[in-house]
Design a protein around this ligand. Structure first.
Ligand code: HEC
Ligand code: HEC
Ligand code: HEC
Ligand code: HEC
Ligand code: HEC
Ligand code: HEC
Ligand code: HEC
Length: 271
């Protein structure tokens, strides 16, 4: 019911608010292009709409949500909030994700504010590239409502990546292992690639490849393992000549290294 309500509001807001929205998008596109650094450029920004509500700025939110507000300053999103001038509210303040808050600040009701946990579109309006990753053939089911961005990302805190204290693994991977225990378990024969983190081989949002792999064939492994000897056209991996073997399938599906995440039985990760 609530989600439906927001949808109706969103649609209505688009219809009634289009010129304002357009200005905002342009303004934000400028802001984003100035502030983005090493990631792919973010295109368009428009905050979620809530009919009849106005932007009121982070200070107003802090009156009731002080803890979140003080955490927020050091967060990857909070960095862009440049002060209490209202124009920053919709671009980089609390309301850039939660929508204009005047109605909510009066009522204190959840229905008057957007929560991106249940409405990932609030994030995806800015993160257009991320949106397209979730539409690829193999993906985590966030758009389908089976998972949320918050399962892996912490929106307010210093670190945007959810951490739950894994030992000796990449901090980021601790979050994956909460759901994927098998891959995170320690093995008698570890695969050292695991130290580099799950994202060396998997795109966490989605991919065209099976298993959300970043590459679908032997190249996934050859980035770290390939050795070509003396200019001769033979591929050595480790001490073994793999030239013919590489034609028989991927390194893992051909039955040679099925236990890519680590093995309790085989140092060569056979099974
Ligand atoms: C007058 C106090 C007050 C102010 C000001 C206020 N809030 Fe709230 N907020 C609340 C209360 C109370 C709840 C709990 C509502 C509930 O659970 O029904 C809440 C809940 C929320 C939620 C969770 C909604 C959900 O789906 O569970 C969000 C998000 C939120 N506030 C954001 C904001 C933002 C952003 C601002 C500033 C624009 C703000 N609040 C200002 C009182 C306030
Ligand atoms: C990058 C987007 C984003 C920004 C910016 C943001 N939030 Fe949130 N907020 C979220 C998401 C996502 C959730 C759901 C988190 C969850 O359920 O664990 C949330 C949940 C909340 C909640 C309800 C749940 C809780 O943790 O109590 C409140 C209240 C809230 N935000 C207030 C704020 C305030 C105040 C600010 C500004 C200081 C702010 N938010 C800025 C994304 C954002
Ligand atoms: C108003 C636009 C906007 C919204 C809405 C927004 N983001 Fe962002 N986000 C940004 C910008 C700008 C950056 C910084 C990009 C950069 O550093 O190049 C960023 C960065 C990030 C990063 C990468 C941080 C890092 O480690 O470099 C993550 C993850 C992220 N956002 C997740 C989210 C999630 C989850 C939501 C919804 C809860 C959300 N964003 C909503 C604008 C937005
Ligand atoms: C399954 C866990 C997971 C979920 C769910 C998830 N993310 Fe991410 N996200 C990650 C990881 C891990 C990275 C770091 C990727 C890297 O370092 O290459 C990341 C990186 C990002 C970045 C930085 C740019 C990039 O792609 O490297 C953005 C922006 C982002 N996520 C936004 C989102 C948004 C928005 C959602 C929800 C619609 C979301 N993520 C859901 C795990 C997740
Ligand atoms: C909240 C639980 C949860 C978290 C956290 C999570 N996943 Fe998943 N993952 C799932 C579920 C559920 C599936 C099954 C996909 C589906 O819905 O069909 C899955 C599937 C996968 C798959 C297999 C996809 C396929 O096509 O067979 C890979 C690979 C994967 N996740 C990697 C990761 C990585 C890497 C992380 C951390 C960045 C992560 N997951 C975090 C729940 C989670
Ligand atoms: C060296 C590369 C590599 C690393 C690092 C890696 N994976 Fe995988 N992963 C694979 C390959 C290859 C597959 C098989 C994909 C297929 O079935 O086609 C796979 C499959 C999966 C699957 C699908 C179920 C299965 O076992 O077939 C999940 C879930 C998964 N990985 C999670 C993770 C998690 C979580 C991490 C980090 C803790 C991780 N992976 C690190 C290469 C890797
Ligand atoms: C991020 C780099 C990296 C990637 C990607 C990677 N590996 Fe590894 N792998 C290593 C390192 C480092 C070792 C340990 C040193 C060594 O034996 O070369 C290792 C060891 C191995 C071993 C054990 C070798 C032995 O005889 O002890 C096998 C088998 C293996 N990897 C297979 C794979 C397969 C299959 C893939 C692709 C799914 C893959 N690796 C991807 C880094 C990587």
């Amino acid at each position: 019911m609530k989600v439906y309500d927001h949808r109706v509001r969103l649609v209505m807001a688009w219809i009634f608010n289009f010129p304002a929205l357009l200005c905002l998008s342009l303004l934000s596109a400028v802001l984003i292009s100035c502030t983005s650094t090493n990631h792919s450029p973010l295109t368009l920004v428009s905050p979620p709409q809530i009919i009849g509500a106005k932007f009121i700025g982070n200070k107003a939110c802090s009156e009731c949500h002080d803890k979140i507000n003080s955490k927020f300053h050091g967060s990857p999103h909070g960095r862009f909030y440049r002060g209490d001038e209202i124009r920053w509210a919709s671009l980089a303040g609390c309301e850039s994700c939660h929508g204009p808050g005047s109605k909510h600040a009066q009522s204190g009701l959840a229905i008057d504010i957007v929560n991106p946990k249940t409405e990932p579109q609030a994030c995806l309006k800015c993160h257009v590239t991320t949106h397209s990753e979730f539409t690829l053939p193999h993906h985590h089911r966030v758009l389908e409502g089976r998972m949320t961005c918050v399962d892996c990302h912490e929106p307010h805190g210093q670190s945007i990546h959810q951490i739950s204290g894994g030992l000796g693994m990449q901090k980021r991977d601790a979050v994956c292992v909460r759901c994927h225990k098998e891959q995170g378990a320690s093995h008698v024969f570890q695969h050292e690639a695991m130290r580099e983190g799950c994202v060396t081989c998997h795109n966490p949002h989605g991919s065209v490849n099976r298993g959300m792999l970043v590459q679908r064939d032997a190249n996934l492994c050859l980035r770290c393992h390939s050795q070509i000897q003396n200019g001769v056209d033979r591929v050595y991996i480790g001490k073994m000549d793999h030239t013919g073997l590489l034609r028989s399938g991927t390194c893992w599906s051909s039955g040679c290294h099925s236990s890519v995440h680590g093995s309790n039985f085989s140092p060569r990760l056979l099974y």
